[in-house]
Design a protein around this ligand. Structure first.
Ligand code: NAD
Ligand code: UDP
Length: 320
């Protein structure tokens, strides 16, 4: 029997980095949570704290296959996010963003649920406009090694807006910029996790290119707050809306910061810049401030402190 007094939320990709934090947050708010994941990059360990909560249910499923389930809202986060993982099986990455999103939009339409699509700053590609505003259409290579993800996510946005225009589906599109924090996958090759692990092991810090490319790093708690606020906006607000921290750092600055904060003896090594690596990234978050009353609160040093502590514990456990 449904408990009609409570919101039943489906979180696809719920056993991943962002998804697991989101599941915890929704449970705290009194939701029933169904966490769907095919465990490609997500793990049961990520949801170990909530797996026995009576309001929580884990469903192993791949969103590229249809799903029939009754829910009130869908947070569609299923999709590998790190370049290493999404480039490992690029066809599956596109399928997840296209077939998977069609399945989730179809489900939302059938059960009249709201759906929030986790989109990405990658829809801007290597941006020619700085900082990036939502009305910028982007500069994306359609045939490069990042395209399975970038174009997949762009097509997912198109599908959301066609379901909105054609079927009046309640959609929310959030464009997430680089987010970091505890439960990032240790082998996902992303810059924050790589640098912290390398620094903690006193191994060379691998800076790709000359390190002058920039990113803006958002701490996971801030991002989750943004996603929840976005889902709770009125039906007339669809986005797309940027969700990210607008403080911008070069990758070299990040490397130096991580070395300093860990007291590491690591040295910086410069390696080849991967193909199509965006040169700069900084969100314009005026729309999020105006529509969601949201802006990030956690400074990079504070967020890095939590993340370093997380990886330190993880490495110690692995060595015992
Ligand atoms: P993640 O890899 O930790 O999580 C993705 C989850 O989706 C994993 O648990 C994975 O197993 C699952 N998954 C992948 N394909 C699936 C499929 N076909 N069916 C079911 N489950 C599937 O990544 P994350 O950082 O938590 O990212 C979550 C979402 O946010 C993604 O959609 C990503 O594109 C988006 N995003 C993240 C960032 C970031 O910086 N972390 C930035 C922009 C966008
Ligand atoms: N990067 C780096 N060293 C690493 C991993 C990444 O210099 O060990 C760089 C990468 O080339 C990119 C930036 O850091 O310019 C962010 O990379 P990440 O994979 O974290 O995210 P994305 O490129 O998707 O923003």
């Amino acid at each position: 029997m449904r408990n009609y007094g409570r919101t039943r939320s489906l979180v696809t990709g719920g056993a991943g980095f962002l998804g697991s934090h989101l599941c915890e947050r929704l449970l705290k708010e009194g939701h029933e949570v169904i966490c769907l994941d095919n465990c490609y990059t997500g793990t049961k360990e990520n949801i170990s704290r909530i797996i026995h909560d009576s309001s929580f249910e884990f469903l192993r499923h791949d969103i590229t296959f249809p799903l029939f389930i009754e829910v009130d809202e869908i947070f569609n986060l299923a999709c590998p996010a790190s370049p290493i993982h999404y480039q490992f099986d690029p066809i599956q990455t596109t399928k997840t963003s296209v077939h998977g999103v069609i399945n989730m939009l179809g489900l939302a339409n059938r059960v009249k649920a709201k759906i929030l699509q986790a989109s990405t700053s990658e829809v801007y590609g290597d941006p020619a406009i700085h900082p990036q505003r939502e009305d910028y259409w982007g500069n994306v290579n359609p045939i490069g090694i990042r395209s399975c993800y970038d174009e997949g996510k762009r097509c997912a946005e198109t599908l959301c807006f066609d379901y909105f225009r054609q079927l009046r589906l309640k959609i929310k599109v959030g464009r997430i910029f680089n987010t970091y924090g505890p439960r990032m996958h240790p082998n996902d090759g992303r810059v924050v996790s790589n640098f912290i692990i390398q620094a903690l092991k006193n191994q060379p810090i691998t800076v790709y290119g000359d390190g002058s490319q920039t990113r803006s790093f958002c701490y996971v708690d801030d991002l989750i707050e943004g996603l929840v606020l976005l889902m709770n906006t009125g039906d007339d607000f669809t986005g797309p809306v940027n969700l990210g921290n607008s403080e911008e750092f070069t990758i070299l600055q990040l490397a130096e910061k991580v070395i300093g904060m860990t007291g590491s003896t690591s040295e910086i090594f410069f390696e080849t810049l991967p193909q199509d690596d965006p040169q700069q990234r900084q969100p314009d978050i005026a729309l999020a401030k105006e529509q969601l009353g949201w802006e990030p609160k956690v400074k990079l040093e504070e967020g890095l402190t939590h993340t370093i502590a997380y990886f330190d514990t993880l490495l110690r456990k692995a060595s015992t």
